[in-house]
Design a protein around this ligand. Structure first.
Ligand code: GDP
Length: 304
């Protein structure tokens, strides 16, 4: 991931190596190259604009460190700004004071919600929690079954419309709001301290999907609503994120399929565009391909 952006930035910084004081023209040329590299990586235009303005301002300013030469200073500034657009601090899950903590997953069909549900439940289990999954995606054929398989792999219980006979539900017409509500009640009764509610996604953003997700949200009052975003959809990522932010609202973002995202535009744009932090990353199809999103480490990977 970020391969091309990393290479482009490395080439830009190489040009600054060995230079003494940087002239305004040097800084302009560097800023131009960084701008082009970010745009080619599909980073949203307003995000690029602000990023470049900061780089220029700080490079021209009085930021003189005795320990760093001018080239190194520019690298440091770019690093700081990358950490900034990636969200700054690592954002941890907001856990309910009175369990269960309710986490609702939203996103387009195929974004990776069901896969993420399994990964997140395994991660929480490793942290000493006792999660339960709730299958409230009754839209997609086989979604209930798929969640049950993921739950089994992670060793986590799954609440489904009729647990254990999911094959009957390949075209389930049940009420997802009721399933979500019952699932949370079940977790409470069984003392599961975190409930992850998987919801339906459509191929494109549509109002029915938004309404259903919004209804589930008001029914179960989640502590976190995580928007799962396929990082590979490139430029479309920002518009999709905005639609979900307006239609349902979410508290955090999970970037999925980051393993296949060579450019990184969604990862670098979504925080600034929605104002919501990226909290986790999904990096493959197996349950262990999952990480907590650390903005500083992600920035270092880009600049490595
Ligand atoms: P949902 O419709 O949002 O529930 O999406 P799924 O969880 O069913 O995922 C859709 C497809 O993407 C499946 O084939 C998954 O195996 C695949 N997938 C999910 N997450 C990742 C990921 O992080 N990396 C890769 N390479 N594939 C993923």
């Amino acid at each position: 991931m970020f391969n091309s952006l990393s290479d482009r930035l490395a080439a830009t910084f190489k040009n600054l190596k060995g230079k003494g004081r940087l002239s305004e023209a040097d800084i302009d040329a560097t800023a131009r190259e960084i701008r082009r590299a970010l745009l080619d990586a599909d980073v949203a235009v307003p995000v690029v604009r602000e990023f470049i303005a900061h780089i220029k301002e700080r490079s021209l300013g009085e930021e003189v460190s005795q320990a760093l030469n001018p080239g190194q200073q520019v690298v440091k500034i770019v690093n700081d700004e990358l950490v900034g657009i990636l969200g700054g601090e690592t954002r941890r899950l907001n856990l309910a004071k009175n369990p269960p903590t309710v986490i609702m997953l939203v996103g387009l069909q195929g974004a990776g919600k069901t896969t993420l549900a399994g990964k997140l439940s395994q991660h929480l289990k490793e942290q000493g929690h006792t999660p339960m999954l709730v299958a409230a995606d009754l839209q997609r054929p086989n979604a209930v079954k798929q969640l049950q398989v993921n739950g089994e792999r992670a060793g986590v219980p799954v609440y489904a419309p009729h647990p254990g006979v999911s094959s009957e539900f390949e075209d389930a017409t049940g009420d997802p709001v009721q399933v979500a509500r019952d699932g949370v009640a079940e977790a409470k009764a069984k003392y599961n301290d975190v409930v992850i509610v998987d919801t339906a996604g459509r191929l494109g953003v549509d109002s029915e999907l938004m309404e259903q997700a919004a209804n589930i949200r008001s029914a179960v009052q989640p502590d976190e609503v995580l928007f799962v975003l396929d990082a590979m959809i490139g430029q479309d990522a920002v518009a999709t994120a905005q639609s979900f932010n307006e239609g349902v609202g979410f508290t955090g973002v999970v970037l999925s399929k980051l393993d296949g995202d060579a450019r990184g535009g969604a990862a670098l744009s979504v925080r600034s565009v929605t104002g919501k932090p990226v909290m986790f990353a999904s990096t493959g199809e197996s349950l262990s391909d999952f990480e907590v999103f650390h903005p500083d480490r992600m920035a270092s990977r880009i600049l490595d």
